[in-house]
Design a binder for this molecule. Structure first.
Ligand code: NAD
Ligand code: DAO
Ligand code: ZN
Ligand code: ZN
Length: 370
């Protein structure tokens, strides 16, 4: 079939809207019509060329919501008409990782997904006979896409796909990092570095965890309005403290440091600050941001010897097939905010504008509606 897609032909260039060829689903695969997709910083990161895994040409996008149109041989868990959220972290339920009970990082299709290919080692997308790669196993910047069955969470069809698509990455990542990775306890103090879709979702998660103090940090003070609406108790702009390292500012604000901090930017210098603003003896810092190719983190080892803990979190530690439908249900029950995160709604033809809005710091999330 032909489908409309935004193709990234090469790094650093705008996406190009094309009618691409899409082959139907093979065994264990599913054809999905994407109804809406968010635009996440990770898409911009890969497009920039800084992503160590970035490959081109590719159809980006990984924060989608859609409807199953066709299933390949052997597919049993979804059928045409089902509403689904694509998962860049699949859940096979059978691999060592899925069975460990310790991680959401299913490895069943990791090798091929990292190469931009379907599990059988080929791509379903092409144009004029030249293959175009899949992205994070999702490629939601295409009106139709093919995914492995294990990379689809079946959700309540009552949920609006142009909202719950954001559970495909940003909102789940932030909330999950608080509830699953850090396991923030009631009464805790929390520092959140970077107030995009991820950082704002960390604030939402910290409120759900009943944190007593939530310090929101960003170099763009326009982000503070929403941070406060979501429940931040303090807002700090590092630019207001040019002569004092930001970790020192936070330590002084909190009588020795926070119980938990979250880096939601992808900046290795801020990752260090986030660790070092944690309280001696027990403070834990969670890295969520994805740093550029070749970058490394550093701190004095004594920071860890004296009880601070450094951790990372991918997709909030959430197992997509078994746990994501519950997030959708919580949204439908009014327990979880999503609508507030949609700052702009755009057609696919304006997807490059969505990237501009993100770089200008004017949106939390743009949602592309097909
Ligand atoms: P975003 O661009 O919307 O937000 C980033 C925010 O950081 C902006 O508000 C910006 O003003 C702020 N910022 C930039 N430099 C700063 C600094 N030095 N100090 C304070 N604030 C600063 O990005 P996003 O979509 O929220 O994504 C955030 C990060 O999370 C990215 O690195 C993304 O790749 C990563 N990510 C990780 C996962 C995961 O599973 N680990 C999932 C999704 C996204
Ligand atoms: O299993 O080795 C692996 C990789 C899993 C991918 C997890 C990626 C999470 C961070 C990337 C940002 C997501 C948008
Ligand atoms: Zn994302
Ligand atoms: Zn698995």
């Amino acid at each position: 079939m032909k489908t409309r897609a935004a193709v990234a032909w090469e790094a650093g260039k705008p996406l190009s809207i094309e009618q691409v060829d899409l082959e139907g689903p093979r065994a264990g695969e599913v054809l999905v019509r994407i109804v809406a997709t968010g635009v996440c910083h990770t898409d911009a990161f890969t497009l920039s060329g800084a992503d160590p895994e970035g490959l081109f040409p590719v159809i980006l996008g990984h924060e989608g919501g859609g409807i199953v149109e066709e299933v390949g041989p052997g597919v049993t868990s979804v059928k045409p008409g089902d509403h689904v959220i694509p998962l860049y972290t699949p859940e096979c339920g059978k691999c060592k990782f899925c069975l460990s009970g310790k991680t959401n990082l299913c490895q069943a299709i990791r090798a091929t997904q990292g190469k931009g290919l379907m599990p059988d080692g080929s791509s379903r997308f092409s144009l004029h006979g030249k293959p175009i790669l899949h992205y994070m196993g999702c490629s939601t910047f295409s009106e139709h896409t093919v995914l492995p069955e294990i990379a689809l969470a079946k959700i309540d069809p009552a949920a609006p796909l142009d909202k719950v698509c954001l559970l495909g990455c940003g909102i789940t990542t932030g909330i999950g990092a608080v509830l699953n990775t850090a396991k923030v306890t009631p009464g805790s103090s929390v520092a959140v570095f970077g107030l995009g879709g991820i950082g704002m979702s960390v604030i939402q998660g910290a409120v759900m965890a009943k944190a007593a103090r939530i310090i929101a940090i960003d170099t763009n003070p326009e982000k503070f309005v929403m941070a406060k609406q979501l429940g931040a108790t303090d807002c700090v702009n590092p630019k207001d403290y040019k002569d004092t390292p930001i970790q020192q500012v936070i330590v002084e604000l909190t009588d020795g440091g926070v119980d938990y901090s979250f880096e939601c930017i992808g900046n290795v210098n801020v990752m260090r600050s986030a660790l070092e603003c944690c309280h001696k003896g027990w403070g834990e810092s969670i890295i969520i941001g994805v740093a550029g190719a070749g970058q490394e983190i550093s701190t004095r080892p004594f920071q860890l010897v004296t009880g601070r803990v450094w951790r990372g979190s991918a997709f909030g530690g959430v197992k997509g097939r078994s746990q994501l439908p519950g997030y959708v249900d919580r949204y439908l029950a009014g327990e979880l905010k999503i609508d507030e995160f949609v700052s702009a709604e755009l057609p696919l033809e304006q997807i490059n504008h969505a990237f501009d809005l993100m770089h200008e710091g004017k949106v939390i999330r743009s949602v592309i509606r097909y």
